[in-house]
Design a protein around this ligand. Structure first.
Ligand code: A2P
Length: 273
């Protein structure tokens, strides 16, 4: 399926397959191993994990066992949100690299601008300190590209003002009805690719009647329309499933939503999801 092998091009010319396979909340061990193997078998070439998910070792093992050539794959992992010092960032990267055991990482992200236990707290200086380590990892080739996650416009502005390399990507919660317009526009202006996690609103969109009506007309599922919507907005979707049939379904999105249907979806209220 074209959507699995088509690529966006990051500002540094690195190509990134347009659909990534998300592994958030997938437990380490057989669940992660089997779902990553199923995704690779289905043709996914982009896998997204994080130190905080605790499943990097299973991701790495699944990738190595798959026999897919490493240079056909794009692997993202993330530095824990709690790490806000240079030493902490270096240590976290070494741990992720060792757990994955896949050579250089394709994209390394700051998981969040603040620790999860203290959302919204000010860590501008810590993020700059961590980012300087990211710049070293980038220039040494240990990570082929670097970015952030859950960063708002303010967070991005503070980072851009004090550092050299503009993040190549910002991974944010993004789905129909939750399109983060301000952050998305800022990222477009600065050539920062937006990656959307929870493109199905962690399942919350699946029983949406308006999306179902549109999906019926294309002979597609609500999940497929929801994922396609991101692609047509130039946002990279990271759908997540542990069910092989759904893993395949979520990548079968080689269809085009009409301008009118895109507009109707733009106007949908996520209903607080
Ligand atoms: P499961 O892993 O049991 O398949 P998101 O990508 O927004 O985080 O949503 C993930 C959730 O949506 C998971 O609970 C996953 O369940 C479910 N899901 C993923 N793909 C589909 C699909 N095609 N149809 C129905 N549910 C899906």
């Amino acid at each position: 399926m074209a959507a699995l092998t088509d690529t966006f091009t990051l500002a540094n010319e690195v190509r990134i397959p347009k659909i990534g396979f998300g592994t958030w909340q997938v437990p380490d061990g057989p669940e992660t191993y089997d779902s990553v193997r199923a995704a690779l078998d289905a043709g996914y070439r982009h896998i997204d994990t994080a130190r905080a998910y605790g499943n990097e070792a299973s991701v790495g093992r699944a990738v190595r066992d798959s026999g897919v050539a490493r240079d056909e794959l794009f692997i993202t992992t993330k530095c824990p949100a709690e790490v806000k010092t240079a030493d902490g960032a270096r240590d976290a990267f070494q741990r992720s690299s060792a757990a994955l055991d896949l050579g250089p990482v394709d994209l390394y992200l700051i998981h969040a601008p603040w620790p999860w236990s203290d959302r919204g707290s000010d860590h501008r200086d810590g993020n700059i300190e961590v980012w300087k380590v990211f710049e070293e990892l980038y220039s040494s080739g240990e990570s082929r590209s670097i970015g952030v996650s859950n960063f708002s416009v303010d967070d991005l502005e503070s980072l851009l003002a004090a550092t050299e390399v503009v993040p190549h990507a910002n991974q944010i919660r993004w789905f129909i009805g939750n399109t983060q317009d301000e952050t998305t526009a800022f990222c477009a202006e600065h050539a920062i690719l937006v990656e959307g996690y929870s493109p199905l609103a962690t399942g919350g969109l699946l029983d949406n009647r308006e999306i179902a009506q549109i999906a019926d007309r294309y002979g597609k599922s609500v999940a497929q329309v929801s994922i396609r919507y991101l692609l047509q907005r130039d946002v990279l979707p990271l759908p997540k499933s542990t069910t092989p049939a759904r893993i395949v379904e979520n990548a079968a999105v080689d269809f085009e939503l009409s301008a009118e249907d895109m507009q109707a979806l733009d106007g949908l209220d996520a209903g607080g999801l």
